[in-house]
Design a protein around this ligand. Structure first.
Ligand code: PEP
Ligand code: MG
Length: 580
């Protein structure tokens, strides 16, 4: 038995026989050609492009018959790329000027496209290079005389492992016998991952070297929830994975039915359950999972992998897309939280001895007020379209909030002067994720409209445990008495000032912690969309009164392990009572 780990790209668990598909790039040697061969090479290129077009048209008709028209969109994109004159013109130019063979020239064209796409700001558009790669690989295969049939159909229940897997490949999958996908490359926002989720097919991506190591026919378990790939599992692992799979599927099925139910306890206490999002596609998913809006929009994703900051108009367009996806519910936009482990281009992590304690989040924004105001104006402008809240990350004291708010007022004045509409009463909140902010919570609460606790960082800074260090993960304890005392203090300070207490760290998405967070008095929890229904299910089984007793009970213990044992025993008692 051997376990690999990759990116959990599409949830679900599958077990089956492995089928390794050699989707590796066609091997294409580049070699010089004499001038009299130029015509021959350009003709070969044109013929290969035409052959590929014919293949794609045939594939399109076949798919239209078998899978309906719905997903043919990807084939259309590939046909468009192929029909673009630039592909043939640029490659022909390289053949002529470089005096090289058609395959080598086509590879060079692909290289140029890669560079161009890498500089695209929008991460979604940037990833579309994969469509260009797929098309060019097809043309190369055609030139090498290989059949461009993407992959053969297989008998029996299989799990496909491939170096890469294109959306078009995905569409040709026979859903009756393909159970899951493993790839060596690709990320969560690739079209392949989007389609895997849309098709409800578990997928683990980025499992480096797996097609070199694995053999056709070996038994494998794909865990799209954890990102694990277990090869040749022993009986015990197989049984436990099977139980995990059955449980997951049953719960998902039942849970989705509950999406429209209100997030309210048995004794009628409402709690807002919202989603954390990073890219616009996630907005719709939050609502689909019954979330009442977005409690944390991590805008820094828009600022990454680029040399220039996005301008106000680009930010506005992106925020508007998200706002439209979650309307009429509120959208909480957090201002740039870069630095630490989230580096922007040009930031050098090695330049700081302690990046987690360095120039990050609000400190970075305040160090570049013009850029910060651009973001504030973009957020304010989207507030004209629907309920929007602004949230400042990593606040450590009063000066930071006051300076940030003063810049917000300046941004408002600038918009007023230019006659640009915005919601003048837009709500402003701060993240409480630094111990100093906990200590000053009563003062900070007078300055803002809401608190949102970032437990990921609050635990890290309270316990001095690097949240990304896997060697210390056992010491990263959400139920540590110091953390619980901080959470209690934050809620008390918020409510003392009459503002809501929200929590948007990962702690919000773990159903075990729900009774404590509810009992402590949190008004809103924000989490990954996939966690909302599970947390809501527990919420609907609780009463506020019982949760308050459980939360109070936690303070009788002095270690995280004791608190956890207590919490589990309380939940077990509840289950036993409900069975009685
Ligand atoms: C947190 O720190 O809990 C949080 C929600 O912010 P991030 O994970 O983006 O630091
Ligand atoms: Mg944080």
């Amino acid at each position: 038995m051997r376990t690999f780990s990759g990116i959990a790209a599409s949830p679900g668990i599958a077990m089956g026989r492995l089928c390794v598909i050699d989707r590796r790039r066609a091997v294409v040697p580049e070699y010089p050609i004499p001038s009299e061969a130029v015509c021959h090479e350009t003709a070969r290129l044109a013929q290969a492009i035409e052959n590929t077009r014919v293949e794609l048209e045939a594939l399109k008709s076949r798919l239209a018959e078998t899978s309906g028209e719905d997903h043919l969109f990807f084939i259309e994109i590939h046909l468009m790329i192929l029909a673009d004159d630039r592909l043939i013109n640029e490659t022909t130019e390289i053949i002529k000027t470089g005096m090289i063979n058609a395959e080598g020239a086509l590879r060079r064209t692909l290289h140029r496209y890669r560079e161009t796409f890498a500089s695209i700001d929008d991460p979604y558009l940037r990833e579309r290079i994969s469509d260009v790669e797929t098309v060019i690989e097809r043309v190369l295969r055609s030139m090498s005389g290989e059949t461009a049939e993407p992959f053969p159909q297989h008998e029996g229940q299989i799990i496909i492992a491939a170096h890469d897997f294109s959306p078009a490949d995905m569409l040709q999958i026979n859903r009756t016998n393909v159970l899951a996908i493993i790839t060596e490359i690709g990320g969560r926002t690739s079209h392949t991952a989007i389609l895997a989720r849309a098709l409800d097919l578990p997928a683990v991506m980025g499992v480096e070297g797996i097609t070199d190591l694995l053999l056709d026919g070996v038994a494998v378990i794909v865990d799209g929830l954890s990102g694990a790939v277990i090869v040749d599992p022993d009986q015990e692992t197989f049984q436990s994975s099977l139980r995990r799979k059955q449980h997951y599927e049953y719960v998902e099925y039942e849970l989705l039915k509950t999406a429209p139910l209100p997030a309210v306890t048995r004794d009628g206490h409402s709690m807002q359950l919202r989603g954390n999002v990073e890219i616009p596609e996630e907005g719709a998913s939050v609502l689909g999972h019954g979330g009442s809006g977005v409690g944390l929009y991590r805008t820094e994703m828009l600022f990454m992998n680029r040399t220039f900051m996005p301008d106000e108009e680009e930010q506005l367009a992106t925020y508007q897309t998200m706002q439209q996806a979650v309307a009429p519910h509120p959208l909480t936009i957090r201002t740039l939280d870069a630095g630490g482990d989230k580096l922007l281009d040009g930031m050098d992590q090695a330049a700081e001895a302690n990046p987690a304690l360095g120039v990050r989040a609000i400190r970075l924004s305040l160090s570049m007020p013009d850029e910060f105001k651009k973001q504030l104006r973009a957020i304010l402008r989207v507030s004209a379209d629907g309920p929007v809240r602004i949230m400042f990350p990593m606040i450590s004291g009063m000066e930071e909030v006051r300076t940030a708010k003063a810049l917000l007022e300046e941004a408002k004045r600038e918009l007023t002067a230019s006659g640009t509409p915005f919601d003048s009463a837009v709500q402003v909140g701060v993240m409480i994720e630094i111990p100093a902010a906990v200590t000053l919570a009563d003062l900070l609460a007078r300055e803002v409209d809401f608190f949102s606790v970032g437990t990921n960082d609050l635990i890290q800074y309270t316990l001095a445990i690097d949240r990304g260090n896997e060697q210390l993960s056992h010491l990263y304890q959400p139920l540590h008495p110091a953390v619980l005392r901080s959470l209690r203090r934050i809620v008390q300070a918020a409510h003392g000032a009459g503002i809501p207490a929200c929590l948007c760290g990962e702690m919000a998405g773990d159903p075990l912690y729900l009774p404590v967070l509810l009992g402590l008095g949190f008004d809103e929890l924000s989490m990954g969309a996939g966690s909302i229904l599970r947390v809501k299910q527990i919420l609907r089984r609780c009463t506020l009164e019982r949760a308050a007793r459980i939360a109070e009970g936690c303070f009788a213990f002095s270690t995280a392990a004791e608190v956890e044992m207590y919490l589990k025993s309380q939940i077990t008692m509840d289950v036993a009572e409900s069975i009685d």
